[in-house]
Design a protein around this ligand. Structure first.
Ligand code: NAD
Length: 467
């Protein structure tokens, strides 16, 4: 089996073959610009320990570079390179002006207390800061698998300890708690973006006809693998849009209920019992991987890479594969699915909601003002005057409730969600159009990679080479 980075490069080369760019430029885009591997010591409850970590800056065609930090026992250099490369292409696809990066620490977080994790996180951050692998203008990390707002707050505080006088210090990392310079809507942004992307894909009459489904999300049967940050919110937003979530899969097993599961009730059950298994009214499915093969319209892997491989691909029954996780499908599995006509909405586009809202957070931190703060009341007053004018012209009086609904200014969360929705719709249309214009492109991943490649190549060509 190809490694994760090799898989990403197979996809890259498939798109590159459709271009006329010189080989040197393609290599410059494809290869990581800088790979920083570190071993660092921490005194944990277990004693004196050495941890292995990485930060890969894949592309400096735009700075800062940006990408999450992953904590998992399986993290290795190849994985971080693959994820960093995906970040480059992802940012280009959704027109977020960053290069790609990714970081990781090889660690099983379940073995450590919050106190130990804080020490490990701060030391890892310090290692990056010392080598200029972190900073608002060079490299801005964010959460990924195994990390969240808590770790981002520790990282921001560590950076602040090194640069107490830096007025832009909060912009050194995104995904922070709202009370620490974070932005409303970031926690659920990736899942919300997956939902917007899926909604857009399912709204395409031609594509839906080809795969034999009705237009729209309403009533579509969905299976979600991974009930973490991305999976939970994706499942929730899909359910709110009328999808029937027939199965949810976690590490220790999956649950299935053809009439639909209530996502929040399952999450509560998981919290109280420690597992999603034995959810009232649902059937347990083990091993958990079997959930991927259940009958459904949309399969959403939202856990980790290499979940759909050549071995299980022939048994996947979904008509749409919505890649919420990074790299869930191997290249040979993809071929099997595409030959069978499955519509694959690729990770490199579909989970870009997180970095999009991270971009908004970075802007907020640099400008030191919450979105909506300056204009909200002005907008509200203008709408209010408009409602009064309509009342006067028509002789109809709006109720207090109607007036409140119409005459309101946008809050931060409204603007964040609106910007995210616009980004996901626009990028989907760019990719779809590219695929429709060029008959050599038969799948959305190739179109997405080609879209990214054109944008990164244009930037590099315009920049020239220093010296
Ligand atoms: P997370 O740690 O919050 O959740 C991952 C979940 O997957 C956990 O609940 C875990 O128990 C579960 N899981 C692990 N192995 C599993 C298995 N074999 N079967 C079923 N469930 C399993 O991580 P996350 O942030 O939700 O990230 C998930 C994926 O989405 C990763 O590929 C990540 O790179 C990608 N992603 C995350 C973000 C983000 O903003 N967090 C953005 C873009 C992409």
């Amino acid at each position: 089996m190809l490694s994760f980075f090799e898989t990403v490069n197979v996809y890259f080369e498939k798109a590159a073959a459709l271009t006329e760019y010189p080989r040197g430029l393609l290599d410059q885009i494809k290869l990581p610009n800088a790979v920083y591997a570190i071993q660092f010591p921490v005194r944990t409850a277990k004693g004196y320990e050495v941890f292995q970590g990485w930060r890969v800056q894949h592309s400096h065609h735009r700075v800062p570079v940006k990408g999450g930090i992953r904590y998992a026992p399986t993290v290795d250099e190849d994985e971080i390179k693959a994820l960093a490369a995906l970040m480059t292409y992802k940012c280009a696809i959704v027109d977020v002006p960053f290069g790609g990066a990714k970081g990781g620490v090889q660690i099983d977080t379940k073995q450590y207390s919050a106190e130990d994790l804080e020490k490990i996180t701060r030391r890892y951050a310090a290692e990056l800061i010392k080598k200029n692998f972190m900073g608002p203008g060079v490299d801005v990390p964010a959460p990924d698998y195994g990390t969240g707002p808590r770790e981002m707050a520790w990282i921001a505080d560590t950076y602040g300890a090194f640069y107490p006088n830096a007025v832009d210090q909060l912009a050194c990392v995104t995904g922070k708690p709202v009370t620490q310079g974070g932005i409303r809507g970031r926690v659920e942004a990736t899942g919300r973006g997956v939902y917007y992307g899926l909604r857009e894909a399912c709204d395409d009459a031609k594509d839906m006809k080809r795969i034999g489904l009705d237009r729209g999300l309403d009533g579509k049967r969905v299976v979600v693998q991974g009930l973490g940050n991305v999976g939970y919110y994706t499942a929730l937003f899909c359910q709110e849009a009328g999808c029937v979530v027939v199965a949810l899969a976690e590490r220790d097993g999956a649950i299935y209920r053809p009439e639909g599961l209530n996502v929040d009730a399952v999450a509560r059950h998981q919290k109280t019992t420690g597992s999603i298994l034995n959810f009232p009214g649902a059937k347990n499915i083990t091993p958990t991987r079997r959930a991927l093969e259940l009958e459904c319209d949309i399969l959403i892997p939202a856990a980790l890479e290499n979940q759909i491989i050549a071995e299980n691909a022939p048994r996947i029954q979904a008509k749409i594969l919505a890649e919420a996780a990074n790299g869930p499908t191997t290249a040979d599995a993809e071929k099997i699915l595409l030959d069978r006509g499955v519509l694959i909405i690729p990770d490199v586009y579909l989970n870009a909601g997180g970095v999009t809202v991270s971009y908004f957070e970075w802007i907020k931190n640099l400008s030191h003002v919450r979105f909506g703060r300056v204009g909200k009341r002005f907008e509200q007053a203008a709408h209010d005057r408009m409602v009064s004018a309509i009342e006067k012209a028509t002789g109809r009086t709006f109720s207090e409730e109607e007036r409140r609904r119409i005459a309101r200014g946008a809050d931060e969360i409204d603007l964040v969600n609106s910007g995210l929705e616009e980004t996901m719709i626009d990028a989907y249309q760019q990719i779809r159009e590219l695929a429709r214009r060029d008959s050599r492109i038969t799948d959305l991943r190739t179109a997405a990679f080609l879209s990214a490649l054109h944008k990164v190549a244009t930037t590099y060509l315009e920049l020239g080479i220093f010296p």
